[in-house]
Design a protein around this ligand. Structure first.
Ligand SMILES: [Zn+2]
Length: 403
């Protein structure tokens, strides 16, 4: 099995899910694995200022940028084995295939592993690629906190990295001539198409917002209902309103993370922080949904008896629609598809390839069929034969791009 070497790292034996937070012990072990794979193949291993890893076959330069492939090794909490690692493992396997074919690339070929793609620990997805391209201001990133209250600055320093080195890195960026990310499909379009491999068309605009509902912590038994200032109530209303507002607009909205403080079963909370994720094909509809929720909660908080103190809404990330380079994606579809061009699919999931594309790096994606469409869950799966077809398609694409 392609992912076997990573199977035990960060795996929760109770659930079978993976917990691979950025800069955690599991992440460090995954980085070591990456370094080992690079070393085994005689590739030149580099870690950039933002913690992204690069394994180069050949020496890229500003004048001679490389063709890069890869993905990420971190996961959502209780995630599956494929989201991220499939792209990195396939990248090394595709490189082996090229070497086996005797391919002599005219430009350097690189394997990349981006740091903290999922944003499971600090709430901001694609942290490594956003910092690299300057889409995320380093001061803001360094001040983000994890559940333990540690800042990103603390955490990277603890792992022996220099926090003040974080930020836009043109030296690294100019080494990437083209980027191709292979990823397990997060949906069932390829099942309907009856094809093992597809090509990315576009990434929906998407964002994350943090809602802080403030109230007053108090005793659950002795505080009369009328006297309560309970932030859990407007929070609950927001979750229901998000669902309705999303359905009305033909977009999706999710509250998947909530932090209740102080978190006593016998007390009214003082603070409820909730993260709203909203996405859709239409950017204006997504924006409108968030604006409506913020407005509605403001009204509820202002007017509702015992509803809570106040709400503060902060945008933690926003990624506009990303249309992948049209000639590049058509070229990929031709090369990866064999006799019939591979299907070209839109996606609701964000990826580092999207961040690079927004920064002007010609980027593209290959998707590998996912029989159930489930992802971000231990049930995420791809058949071995499809993973192998993905490696062959990726090798064909790299060979074509580095000719
Ligand atoms: Zn991913």
């Amino acid at each position: 099995m392609l992912l076997e070497p990573l199977a035990r790292i960060g795996r929760d034996p109770a659930t079978g899910g993976y917990v691979r937070d950025a800069w955690s012990a599991a992440d460090m072990e995954l980085r070591e694995w990456f370094a080992g794979e690079a070393g085994r193949r005689g590739l030149d291993l580099r870690e950039d200022r933002n913690g992204n890893l690069w394994a180069w076959w050949g020496s890229p330069s500003r004048e001679r940028p490389g063709v890069v492939t890869g993905s990420h090794l971190d996961s959502v909490r209780q995630g599956g084995a494929y989201d991220g690692p499939l792209g990195v493992v396939s990248a090394f396997a595709a490189l082996d295939l090229l070497r086996g074919r005797g391919t002599e690339p005219s430009v350097p070929v690189g394997v990349a592993c981006f740091t903290d793609e999922e944003g499971a620990r600090f709430g901001v997805p694609c942290m490594g690629s956003r910092l690299l391209t300057g889409a995320l201001e380093p001061g803001r990133a360094l001040a983000l906190t994890d559940d333990a209250g540690d800042t990103l600055a603390d955490v990277v320093a603890e792992q022996g990295r220099e926090p003040h080195a974080l930020g836009r890195d043109d030296e690294t960026l100019t080494m990437i001539g083209t980027f191709v990310e292979l990823h397990v499909e997060q949906g069932r379009a390829l099942v309907h198409e009856g094809r093992p491999v597809g090509v990315g068309q576009a990434i929906w605009p998407h964002g994350r917002w943090r809602f802080d509902f403030r109230g007053r912590a108090d005793h659950a038994g002795t505080t009369r209902l009328a006297d309560r200032d309970d932030p859990m109530v407007p929070f609950a209303r927001m979750v229901l309103a998000a669902r309705t507002a999303a359905a009305e607009r033909g977009v999706v909205a999710t509250v998947g993370k909530v932090r209740v403080s102080p978190g006593n079963a016998n007390a009214i909370p003082g603070l409820v922080s909730a993260w709203l994720d909203a996405r859709g094909a239409d950017e204006a509809a997504v924006r409108d949904l968030v604006a409506e929720l913020a407005r509605a909660e403001g009204d509820v908080v202002a007017g509702g008896p015992g509803a809570g103190g106040r709400v503060e809404v902060r945008e933690e990330s926003w990624t506009p629609v990303v249309d992948f380079d049209v000639p590049l994606r058509e070229r990929l579809a031709r090369v990866a598809g064999g006799d019939t061009p591979a299907p070209i699919l839109p996606t609701g999931a964000g990826h580092d390839a999207g961040i690079l594309a927004t920064a002007g790096v010609p980027s593209a994606m290959l998707f590998v069929r996912n029989p159930t469409g489930v992802s971000h869950s231990p049930h995420e799966h791809a058949e071995q034969a499809d993973c192998e077809a993905g490696v062959v398609a990726l090798a064909d694409v790299l060979e074509d791009l580095c000719r």
